[in-house]
Design a protein around this ligand. Sequence first.
Ligand code: NAD
Length: 173
Amino acid sequence: MSVGLTIGRYQPFHNGHLSVVKEISERVDEIVVCIGSAQVSHELDDPFTAGERMAMIQRALLENGVEKFFYIMPVEDIQRNAAWVSHVESLTPPFDEVYSHNPLVIRLFREAGYEVHGAPLYRREEHSGTEIRRRMLEGEKWRHLVPKEVAETVEEVDGVDRLRDLAVEDAPT
Ligand code: NAD
């Protein structure tokens, strides 16, 4: 049985991330989706908690035709890149191959002996966490860039207002 792992911050999980998971599901028997930087939330570049990201991803995968068994695992960052793959391995089910476009992630998994693939990029110019957070902050349209279940989760946790509050330098008291 083959198991494919992918990792991202998923701030938030968008249609590009979903297309990667769908691509992986065509190629392996089980998928491990790791939520990276799991310790970070309530920051402008990382507004959502690991639990909120887990809810977004689980709901989106269940409702969008990902039929393979999947695990969603939070992974906190560590200070030592050289030990990071071992750290990931200590938290996840065993896996055989990795899917990423992130140069550091690719380098670290290849050095540890894993085969690393890059699933095709899906309309990267607008399907990026940075662009979606910018649109949320500026009051522009963003819901069409994420699965419906992700937009619902963002709304449930008041995510857009949270992001706007984080952008205020000195909140009135
Ligand atoms: P991300 O959410 O930006 O992206 C996740 C993956 O989706 C990436 O491979 C990205 O290229 C891909 N992707 C993004 N947009 C896409 C699109 N439109 N179409 C198709 N694919 C698309 O997350 P990331 O920054 O790659 O996450 C890596 C995580 O690993 C981070 O949390 C980082 O902190 C962690 N990390 C930690 C250490 C450490 O702790 N020492 C070391 C390396 C990496």
